[in-house]
Design a protein around this ligand. Sequence first.
Ligand code: FUB
Length: 490
Amino acid sequence: MKRTRNKILKFDRYSAITVIACVLQLTVFGQKKNSNTKTYPFGNPIIKHRYTADASPHVMPDGRMWMVTSVDSEDGGGYPTMHKYHTFSSADMVTWKDHGEVFNIDDVMPKDVKKQDWALWAPDMIYRNGKYYLYYPIWIHHADSIRPNGKEGRVVTSYIGVAVSDAPDKHFKVLKSKIEGTAGIDPAVFADNDGSVYLLWGHKKMAKLKDNMMELETKPVDLDLGTERFMEAIWMHKRNGKYYISYHTKYGNKIDKETPDDPSRDKSEIAYSYADNINGPYKYGGIVNYELGVNVNNGPKLPGKNYVPWRLTQSNHVGIAEFHGQDYLFYHTSALSSWRQDEFKNMGTWTQRSVCIDKLNYNADGSIIPVQQTIEGVEKITVRQPYKIELLKNTVNVNESKALSFPNIQLGTGYYYFSVEVKNVTTAFLLQVKTKQGILLATLPVKQNGIVEVGLNYAKGLQDILISPVGNTEAATLKSACFFAGSPSK
Ligand code: FUB
């Protein structure tokens, strides 16, 4: 049987919580029909025609905000029935287009295993040199296996795979069904502005990816987050040179209807840690998102209570992305489920989740201000600036001692990618794109002739730009160079 090929993981606290959540959902709360077909009346969640969870947001080269999400089943069948991913995109953070299914468990599952044993959990998707890479966790329930403690019972295996596509709305093809060295769920990819790409996953593991995007270049490190609160759903972002890691915290008992704010209970929150160095050590920073429904003053109330119905669910997940001057937190609630079942008269189903967005802001010292969850959601934004800024039209020779300077470049509310065409390359080198004040916007590794593209980190405002080759003593020729994705294409 193919299933026995997979390594059996420790049946840890996380697996226990998940199984308890599935059982609670089926026994205590029961499976509810989505019988209410009236239009959902609020802005959050943002996707209202299907259940979506685990959003991973990134601005892609078309200048739109994209997210890939898990899809929860319509009948509330729970985590083992998560079998596909959809992608969505938006030009204004409010109007979201569903691009349909881009990956399915059938793309990875051997034919001779029972479908309910295999599931696709929280993914992430990144653009790199003309291709889109989808990182997905395979989650397998082995029904009749022996647990590490010798007793029979359910054992869970999970690991990370990667699939590739030419476009974020086209079906992804498996590139590597299991990335060697990974075990666990919730992959997140982070592209640093020194040109390195990191894979983070599972129980706060991180490793650098090779250029082929499907193998680990370094040994996975176990990140020290300065706290024991980490449970899952790792996410990394960078702002003003600081690395932030956000995650869902370990939580305790099911929330009691009468005492939802019980201070003695371990809370299901999104918390963060931060560091000046990507490898840490990280310092615990505090809360990014309180428990679901906390402080949501507007909106419906659970009958007889003074809080929103989905206050009682505890599944959450974090994605953070910046779009034209504002950071946004992507998370999920069961608000849509609560509405579709019976117009907010119960809490909704734990595993019928829906992606929400609210603004994420910082204090002057870079610490995160806990996000105020809203039922209204965020407002539409309109970006009025050119999609592209060309720096170079004619060819120019560069080498280590010859940086190129471009004064007064208006990057407005943000440009997200940089591209350059290089010719006459004899030795590999790095091309750094910096501001005159020394802020590194990106590093492009040049290995051969051709076009190199890279994502930028917070490139905005009026800047004097310097392009400096590092590590080449011989000259190479730059044919064109531009900032792009500064406004969304339609
Ligand atoms: O959606 C399945 C799992 O639930 C994800 O992998 C976790 O992060 C949690 O959202």
